[in-house]
Design a binder for this molecule. Structure first.
Ligand SMILES: NC(=O)c1ccc[n+]([C@@H]2O[C@H](COP(=O)([O-])OP(=O)(O)OC[C@H]3O[C@@H](n4cnc5c(N)ncnc54)[C@H](OP(=O)(O)O)[C@@H]3O)[C@@H](O)[C@H]2O)c1
Length: 319
């Protein structure tokens, strides 16, 4: 248990979409306060009352925990600097998600390891929803590994970050809907496969196709799961309720399927289940919804930080 009244937190990448969300959530946290916040092009500006300094000038010594919301490929260097300064760190980029250097911070699954970790790799937004949806079935050997699990997922545009890109301009995105990284080429695939194998022993194939949805925030995933045996609605829901009994940040929606309005601005994954009719082999459709910036990024990082500090796990969070 930490004895400080308010734990000093450093935020790297505070001018980005995830960094801004970290500042917003930490502003309402009863046991933590931001002691530095960094930016690159926005260095010198003020965000939520914090003067943004360059990451190279971050006063690491002032923080007890450093949260890094830097781009992947950039974050690793600054995380190593924070670690060299003796700081426990949560990295929200992809740089350590497949690395033995870090504990993978899917809180509901790896909580005891997170509590003891010096470095936590916060999961990706798409994987957080997909893994929490798939692991209860995978752990019970209910997924037929001789057939592919198909994940069709759609994300709001903040998922791509704040740096300007032509294909993300309003005129390109508004009133349109399109797939990307088609052909199982998305960088989240190894994270999904590696975590499923490590946490459940499942080693079958996944086909993951993301889509760009013209909303600011939120992800909806439709997950087509081949089963080893039929599951009716009641049994499937009971299995999920048992798997997440007592978990404040996972909502199983009984008899209804979740949509984005169930999750935006909340640190939760909402999961609905539906047995599939009119097919010869048993199959379940899972619908998982998440706010990419909250449970998919900043909120889960704070959840992990709370676990690391021995604070109430949902402090500063609305689940
Ligand atoms: N967006 C999501 O939904 C989401 C979900 C899960 C995980 N993530 C991960 O979280 C991280 C942040 O994502 P984001 O969407 O917030 O990205 P973003 O909006 O592009 O923000 C990136 C942040 O890093 C700073 N930065 C960029 N290049 C830098 C450099 N060379 N040196 C130091 N600072 C630099 C930016 O500063 P300036 O803007 O001032 O230049 C900004 O503060 C990424 O690794 C991403 O993969 C994002």
């Amino acid at each position: 248990m930490n004895n400080h009244a308010s734990v000093p937190i450093g935020v790297l990448g505070a001018s980005g979409y995830v960094g801004q969300e970290l500042l917003r959530l930490l502003a309402g946290h009863p046991g933590a306060s931001v002691v530095f916040a960094t930016a690159e092009s926005a260095a010198g500006e003020v965000a939520l009352g914090h003067r943004l300094v360059r990451a190279d000038d971050a006063p690491l010594q002032r923080a007890e925990i450093v949260l890094s919301a830097l781009p992947h490929g950039v974050s690793g260097r600054y995380v190593h600097a924070a670690r060299a300064a003796g700081k426990r760190t949560v990295d929200l980029s992809a740089d350590f998600r497949l690395s033995p250097e870090a504990v993978y911070g899917l809180t509901e699954v790896t909580r005891p390891r997170v509590a003891a970790a010096e470095l936590v790799a916060n999961p990706g937004c798409y994987p957080t929803a997909a893994l929490l949806a798939l692991l209860p079935l995978a752990r019970q050997g209910l997924i037929d590994a001789s057939r592919e699990v198909v994940i069709d997922a759609a994300s709001g545009v903040t998922g791509a970050g704040r740096a300007p890109q032509r294909e993300l301009m309003f005129g390109e995105v508004a009133e349109d809907f399109r797939a990307y990284a088609v052909g199982n080429e998305h960088r989240h695939l190894p994270e999904l496969l590696g975590t499923l194998a490590r946490e459940s022993g499942f080693t079958g194939d996944l086909v993951f196709t993301p889509h760009l949805l013209p909303v600011k925030r939120g992800i909806l995933e439709t997950i087509h799961v081949p089963l080893t045996r039929p599951l009716d609605q009641t049994t499937a829901e009971a299995l999920y309720r048992a798997a997440y009994d007592g978990e404040p940040c996972v909502a199983i929606t009984p008899g209804a399927l979740p949509s984005l309005k169930d999750v935006v601005y909340r640190n939760r994954v909402a999961i609905g289940v539906a047995p599939v009719a009119h097919v010869r082999r048993p199959r379940l459709t899972l619908i998982a919804a998440i706010d990419n910036l909250v449970k998919g990024a900043a909120g889960q990082a704070i959840q992990n930080m709370n676990v690391m500090l021995g604070l109430p796990e949902t402090a500063g969070l609305t689940c």
